[in-house]
Design a protein around this ligand. Structure first.
Ligand code: 5GP
Ligand code: ZN
Length: 112
């Protein structure tokens, strides 16, 4: 019972920005910036620690999708932040990897 697997299967209908055979891009339900999307692979991979060498192309596709949605939403030239949280100290709450795409405000560095 993984939340993002339910979105992949269609049991839960997210606010979808893009879908293809490899991944979904959805709006985050609790946005942390004026624009906040999540790039979610269709394959269930619990954390970054569970990535295998055969996932290298998929992870590349996740970043291509992040850049494409930032471009489509008009944030490419001003800039945006991509983040993948891993486990407790990073604050991961959904254990199916996802790339956050945050835009529309200045981001802090170092990150909180
Ligand atoms: P994490 O904390 O694991 O890096 O990120 C999980 C993200 O999923 C959070 O930003 C949270 O707001 C988002 N999220 C949790 N439940 C839902 C949901 O039901 N729908 C959508 N669209 N986003 C969700
Ligand atoms: Zn899953």
């Amino acid at each position: 019972d993984c939340l993002f697997c339910k979105m992949v299967s269609g049991d839960i209908k997210p606010d979808l920005l893009h879908a293809d055979e490899h991944l979904l891009v959805i709006r985050d339900i609790n946005p942390q910036a004026p624009f906040h999307a999540l790039v979610i692979p269709r394959e269930h991979i619990a954390t970054l620690n569970d990535l295998q060498p055969e996932h290298a192309e998929l992870v590349g596709r996740m970043y291509l999708a992040a850049a494409a949605v930032a471009q489509a939403q008009g944030h490419a030239s001003d800039g945006y932040r991509t983040v993948m949280n891993c486990n407790r100290l990073a604050g991961q709450t959904v254990f199916h990897i996802h790339l956050h795409v945050l835009a529309g405000r200045a981001m802090h560095w170092p990150p909180g």
